[in-house]
Design a protein around this ligand. Structure first.
Ligand SMILES: Cc1ncc(COP(=O)(O)O)c(C=O)c1O
Length: 374
């Protein structure tokens, strides 16, 4: 089965370990095991919990304890509606494997995480792109969405908050999207890995799993929870869909690591402290980025409402891969090219990483912009 190369993952694989200032990162500055155990009040006792753990495959679908903690992130959902996966990347792949047949139609917002377009295309589906426009705040145009959905539409896919723009779809629009999907009995898959760290409010923003019977939420420990090293994500969906997902999952997952499952449960049981720390990181960094943007006349943006990344539009007549390559060579600053998301003339910057990475990144980017002909 042929598939398009994954633009952003290839870019990050090639460059992220070789830069001085990683301002392309999309995870919140990851926590150490020591920080996590301290947050959970388990300093000095974690090893007592882990050492007796027999390293079997563990609970196949994810432990009941972990699935309960995940279900608690969604109003009205229970552990029977949760399956644990190898990251959100595993969750998304499983959902497309389960739901898509050749000839189906998928309506995907773009820009988005490329799994949501390239996987269904590789499966022989027709992917109709709902373009998120800068002048509309990178939010989906609902009239346009309604015109793209047909009786052949198997699913609509969203990333909320969005990667790469940081735009946040509100509850009213999520309800309207669910209603459009329901006209043709389509699923709504919402990749919500950035949920929990918005710029305002301390509550979790509405999830599609709280809004619609055919809403499927994908989540992860990687981004908002700053624990990418666990490689642990999940799907929240009605049991009959999860049953179908499990048929595929038996072929490519079996279970996630028992230690990862245990640590993820601890993290989610202490989610208030973890999310408060992570909101503080993204809010402090975004405030710095916004102040810096005011002094950079060659850049423009739609200020993000959530997530850890956003697009900056630049006013030079070079492509975004060349922009990022030259920036990296001259200054050691890593950004991600908008071309990896199909949005030329822009670069993606991350504001979830440590303050030093952002400060170094902005300083280098300012110098580079001054040296760049228009
Ligand atoms: C929107 C989105 N979905 C899924 C993933 C994959 O996340 P995970 O680390 O949980 O596999 C990413 C990673 O960048 C992402 O941005």
């Amino acid at each position: 089965m042929k598939i398009e190369p994954f633009g952003i993952e290839m870019w990050m694989n090639e460059h992220e370990t070789r830069c001085l200032h990683n301002a392309a990162e999309s995870c919140v500055d990851s926590v150490t095991l020591a920080e996590l155990t301290a947050m959970a009040g388990k300093t000095g006792v974690l090893m007592d919990e882990l050492l007796p753990l027999k390293l079997t495959y563990g609970a196949i679908q994810g432990s009941a304890r972990l699935r309960r903690a995940i279900a608690a992130l969604y109003r009205g959902r229970t552990e029977d509606e949760v399956v644990v996966t190898h990251g959100a990347i595993g969750a998304n792949a499983l959902l497309y494997q389960t739901l898509i047949e050749p000839g189906d139609e998928v309506v995907a917002v773009v820009p988005t995480y490329q799994q949501h377009t390239s996987i269904p295309e590789s499966q022989g589906a027709e992917v109709k792109r709902l373009v998120l426009r800068e002048e509309e705040g990178y939010l989906p145009n609902l009239d346009e969405l309604a015109s793209l959905v047909t009786p052949r539409t198997r699913l609509i896919s969203l990333t909320n908050p969005n990667n790469p723009t940081g735009a946040l779809i509100d509850e009213a629009s999520l309800r309207a999207i669910a209603e459009i999907a329901a006209r043709h009995d389509a699923w709504v898959i919402c990749d919500e890995v950035y949920r929990g760290i918005n710029q305002t409010g301390d509550d979790l923003s509405p999830s599609i799993a709280e809004i619609s019977d055919k809403g499927v939420a994908v989540g992860s420990m990687s981004k908002a929870f700053a624990l990418a090293g666990l490689r642990l994500g999940w799907i929240v969906a009605p049991p009959e869909l999860l049953h179908r997902v499990m048929i595929h999952r038996d072929y490519d997952t079996i279970s996630v690591g028992a230690i990862d499952d245990h640590l993820a449960a601890i993290a989610l049981e202490n989610r208030d402290a973890l999310l408060a720390r992570n909101r503080d990181v993204v809010r402090t960094n975004l405030a710095r980025l916004a102040t810096w943007m005011e002094r950079e006349p060659r850049l423009s943006w739609v200020r993000p409402a959530g997530g850890t990344v956003t697009l900056l539009r630049y006013d030079a007549s070079i492509g975004s891969v060349e922009f990022c390559t030259r920036l990296l060579e001259k200054t050691g600053v890593l950004l991600a090219p908008g071309a990896a998301f199909g949005v030329e003339g822009t670069v993606r910057i991350g504001f979830g990483n440590g303050a030093a990475a952002l400060a170094g990144g902005l300083e280098g980017l300012s110098r580079f912009l001054r040296s760049l002909p228009t």
